[in-house]
Structures are given as C-alpha cells and as structure tokens.
Design a binder for this molecule. Sequence first.
Ligand code: PEP
Length: 251
Amino acid sequence: MRQTLVVGNWKLNGSLDSIKQLISGITAGEADTGNAQIGVCPPFVYIPLVANLLADSKVAWGSQDIADQESGAFTGEVSGAMLNDFGCTYAIVGHSERRSIYGEDDDFTARKFAAARKAGLTPILCVGESLEEREQGITEDVVSRQLDAVIKLEGIAGIGEGVIAYEPVWAIGTGKTASPEMAQEVHAFIRGKLAGLDQSVADKVQILYGGSVKSSNAAGLFDAMEDIDGGLIGGASLDADEFLSICKVGA
Ligand code: PEP
C-alpha cells in the first residue's frame, strides 16, 4: 500500500513573516493529517528558517530545484550537498516552469534527478504535456520521453527511488484541473510503463498529481483513483488551512 504524499511547492512566494505564519498554521493542524506524508518546498533562502521551524514536526521540506553539478564555478546554483546540510528530504526537478521558462530539457532534468539521488535526497520528477500536445494526442509520447531520459541515466531502480509528479502544464496555476479520470488515465500509463520494466518499482513508486488541486477536488483525485498517490500543490499550499484540508484527504 503506497502512502499518500502531499507536497507544497511555494514557488517564488513568501517573506520572513508570511512563512513563519504559514508554518505555524501548518504545524498547528498537522496532528489531524493521520498517516499522510507531507512536505513543503520553500524558495532556497528560506530553507534554513523552515528547517528550524519544522524541527519537531512530521512535515518534511525540500527544494524547488537543484544544481546538476556538485560544486565549482556555477553561479547561482545550489547543490544537493548544500540542501542536505539543511535537512532537505525532497528536491523537485523538471517542474514545467523550469522546462518552459528556463529552457531545461529532458537530459538536464535527468542530470538534476541524478544529482539529487547522489546527495541522498528524494527527487520529485515532474512530467506533463502542454495543451497543444494534449490536443495533438501525444500526451503519452511526451510523458514517456520525459521518463525515458531519467531511466536512461539512472535505470529503472533509480527512477524508483524518486517520486513522480504528473502535472499537465495546462492545469498548473490556471484553475483548470484534469478530471480525476483524465489524470488516472495518465497515472495508469506511467505505472504501466514502469511495470513493463520492473513490477516492484511500479508497485512502490508514488505518483502525485499536480495542477490546480484544492481541498474541494483533492478527494476525487487521491482517494478515488487507484494510481494517484497524492499531490504536488502550488497556489493552494500557500494557505495553511487549505493545504491541511488537502493533506487530510490522505489521512
Ligand atoms: C505546481 O506548481 O506544481 C502546481 C501544481 O501549481 P498549482 O497547484 O497552483 O496549479
């Protein structure tokens, strides 16, 4: 039985004050979230603060990105070892905003996935199609290609050490959620693809759904759908009560 995992991706949001308030709201209500695994991914600079504030909590933390390199002349980058120094559990890689705005391709994303694993972090690999790709009927080809880049570099066992987040690009931050059935179809495709290589990996890997998840639609996605093991949550993770209500779905 896979545990439900809910991870908040705070993106480029927050301040010292707002993050203190958000964490205090989350920790105040975390007791009601049962067995759900929970994580939050703040902007890099706030990770030490969040690590301190969550020291006695079950809520884990992670980064929104990671360098593909370990050290050296790579201005602006943050390595896996640095994230490890601050107790990170997760590192998101290949978020569609990194892919589309910053031009990060499949191979670069795969190297980031490898860097996270090498540092002992759990990479959360984001995959998903654009609206145009869905309309062209190539959703599975796109998702397959994104997964294959990681499988080629890290092997099937390697990808199995991470978490996969299916995030249709057209549903991120738009208020448009894929219907539970649409999401389940792609999740089942992903799990089936992994099963074709190694059934035990397919059985254990957590596949999250992301794209305008809210407390009002979370149950239909994670509770009702066999292959949806939780969510990667953007906007709704910035409100403690809303985020906790989503986490409670997995309690
Ligand atoms: C995300 O950023 O990964 C995301 C799913 O955002 P939102 O929930 O705001 O659509």
